[in-house]
Design a protein around this ligand. Structure first.
Ligand SMILES: Nc1ncnc2c1ncn2[C@@H]1O[C@H](COP(=O)(O)OP(=O)(O)OP(=O)(O)O)[C@@H](O)[C@H]1O
Ligand SMILES: Nc1ncnc2c1ncn2[C@@H]1O[C@H](COP(=O)(O)OP(=O)(O)OP(=O)(O)O)[C@@H](O)[C@H]1O
Length: 570
């Protein structure tokens, strides 16, 4: 078991187009059968490490290499992508670029066809994996007709059927609904157990992944390894926060309540936290001294949806149906629920990208009377996949495009674009080619390109998916600021804490239907709704339960109030 399968020795890599090395003097050994989490802020080089494991470096992404990187005993300089495809299976962050087959079934079969498996065995393998991942009803569908989360799960199946010794997952949870995310982590655990595979997961959402066991966390910052240790050791240090990775919420809650977490020996699982009365009493005291209810009831109706429906084709199992609700001026709405439930479809209808049943009005004007361009002046839409939105080569030009199309004066464009780039943390990159940026950085560009237009209603499809904590906070604080200035914001998200902390209202979807329109807290407290909409409670609820706090909701609310208070002070 202790045989190294991945060995980086004094490894430095510089992309051809970069002036500086992206990976700097990496020394990392991973043994066969280990399960490793690679965490670090956006642009720190996590995916670049992944590219070395699957041979994209140096074959596709050329650059200067110093030191060595050996995968399964072979130096990557001497291996081809083809050689490494037998060793490493990769699920990419951007699953769109991963599809080859015409149907989902064909796509999953592709890896097996490469291995020259018999048709019958292939069918069995595909059936078994698609059942485990709950996608057997999608096998005949075209991969391009899947929702964002469905694509992610199909890409995952394509990787798992391959049964390679190294499984590399680059942000596997980014687009999954909370229940599917948890299921995926369980499936990865099972695969590792049954295949004795080496599992490398690149993910910065520790809240979602740390409930599962990892041998080590490798923390990367600015191309260097900042820590390579057990989750428990790392949670006792401040390195995560210092490098901009958010620790799990329950640890933050313990700290906020004045509990010295360094005195607690085992931190990585809530169930292992000491259960004596002391911590519970301290948490209860914190709740009592901090409870206040914040509500910002908004008044004027802005967007009215009446019986909205859309069906892509006759085969569609659960078309969007009968969505009726009114979004008020100044609302900050989260749209949550199951992968494939129709969230993006609803937003496409609101923007007029697709035909729909029913009537949509903005401030009493029927939107059907407007052209898509006129609609876009009033409603800004930030899509899920940045690659579908980007059309320019240089960062500044991409953000300036909308203003240029509207013939705004060039001086004003420079001022507005620069201001937005600063807010989105992209100002230093303004003259960069977009192709040289990380996925997370590209996502931020597309948000900047919409924000710069200052529309009346902004709809964002998972703006924080794949974003590190710093960027997440920057983006959400910026949206929060816009919301406080009166802008109405709707946000599709699978991040339950984001929903709780930032939004005042949640629309929950399942199987094409709007099943709840309520406050985030009320939604997450209702067992039936949580199950039906594939949601998941955050670790704050689990902590409250672990300490038998009399009112878990009040505890969660206290945490949120505290976070909001700090937000206002910033
Ligand atoms: N193909 C490329 N060509 C040139 N530079 C690149 C390329 N891909 C990445 N980089 C550079 O390497 C840096 C690290 O990128 P990488 O994708 O490894 O980061 P990451 O830690 O995975 O980030 P994220 O969490 O945002 O995906 C980026 O800042 C980018 O400038
Ligand atoms: N272009 C398309 N053609 C045919 N069917 C589609 C198309 N786009 C989406 N669908 C189907 O419509 C349903 C709703 O998709 P939608 O993208 O609205 O889901 P979603 O709730 O946004 O999911 P996710 O959380 O995974 O992004 C899904 O079952 C999907 O397979």
């Amino acid at each position: 078991m202790n045989k190294p399968i991945i060995e980086f020795k004094n490894f430095t890599f510089k992309y051809v187009s970069q002036a500086e090395a992206t990976l700097k003097d990496i020394n990392l050994t991973i043994n066969a059968g280990e399960k490793i989490l690679i965490a670090g802020p956006s642009g720190s080089g996590k995916s670049t490490i992944g590219h070395c494991l699957n041979g994209l470096i140096p074959e596709i992404y050329e650059g200067d290499i110093q030191g060595t990187c050996r995968i399964n005993g072979k130096d990557i300089i001497q291996s081809s992508i083809f050689d490494l495809s037998f060793t490493t299976s990769t699920i990419l962050q951007d699953s769109d670029s991963q599809f080859i087959g015409l149907t989902v079934g064909e796509d999953i079969a592709f890896a097996l066809e490469n291995d020259c498996q018999k048709q019958e065995k292939m069918q069995k393998t595909i059936q078994s994996w698609s059942k485990k991942l709950n996608i057997n009803n999608l096998l005949q569908q075209s991969p391009q007709a899947l929702s964002g989360g469905q694509k992610q799960i199909v890409a995952l199946a394509g990787v798992l059927v391959d049964e390679s010794p190294i499984l590399l997952f680059d942000e596997p949870l980014a687009n999954l609904d909370p229940a599917a995310g948890e299921k995926t982590m369980q499936v990865i655990d099972q695969v590792q157990y049954s295949l004795h595979a080496t599992v490398i997961i690149i993910e910065h959402r520790l809240e979602e992944v740390l409930g599962h066991d990892f041998d080590r966390i490798v923390l990367i910052d600015d191309g260097k390894i900042l820590a390579d240790t057990t989750p428990n050791n790392l949670l006792h240090q401040n390195k995560l926060q210092d490098s901009g990775v958010r620790p799990p919420l329950y640890l933050d809650a313990l700290k906020k309540a004045g509990i010295n977490i360094n005195k607690i020996p085992k931190l990585e699982k809530i169930k292992n936290l000491p259960t004596g009365p002391k911590i519970g009493a301290q948490l209860s005291h914190w709740i009592e001294s901090n409870s206040e209810n914040t509500s910002n009831e908004s008044k004027h109706p802005l967007l009215t949806l009446k019986s909205i429906g859309h069906r892509y084709n006759k085969k569609q199992l659960y078309p969007l149906k009968d969505v009726t609700t009114t979004i008020k001026q100044g609302d900050f709405v989260s749209i949550v629920g199951q992968n494939g439930a129709g969230k993006t479809t609803l937003c496409r209808a609101i923007c007029g990208f697709i035909n729909y049943e029913g009537k949509i009005s903005l401030a009493n004007q029927d939107l059907a009377e407007l052209s898509i361009k006129q609609r876009a002046e009033k409603i800004g839409y930030v899509m899920q996949n940045p690659n579908q939105m980007i059309s320019q080569k240089i960062v500044f030009d991409e953000v300036a495009l909308g203003l240029r199309l509207r013939h705004i004066d060039e001086d004003q464009i420079t001022e507005r674009v620069n201001q937005t780039l600063k807010i989105c943390g992209l100002y230093p990159f303004r003259h960069w080619p977009i192709s040289a940026l990380s996925f997370g950085q590209k996502k931020r560009i597309t948000i900047a390109a919409i924000l710069v237009l200052e529309p009346e209603l902004i709809i964002l499809d998972e703006p924080t998916a794949g974003q590190d904590w710093k960027t997440y906070t920057e983006i959400m604080n910026f949206l929060n600021q816009l919301n406080h200035q009166g802008k109405t914001i709707m946000i599709i998200t699978h991040d339950m804490h984001l929903m709780m902390e930032y939004t005042n209202r949640s629309l929950a979807f399942a199987k094409g239907r709007l099943i709840a329109d309520t406050t985030p807290l009320a939604l997450l407290t209702d067992d039936n709704l949580v199950k039906a909409a594939s949601l998941r409670r955050t670790s704050l609820f689990t902590l409250a339960k672990h300490y038998n706090l009399p009112n878990p909701n009040k505890f969660v609310q206290t945490y949120i109030n505290d976070e909001r208070k700090h937000l206002q002070e910033r």
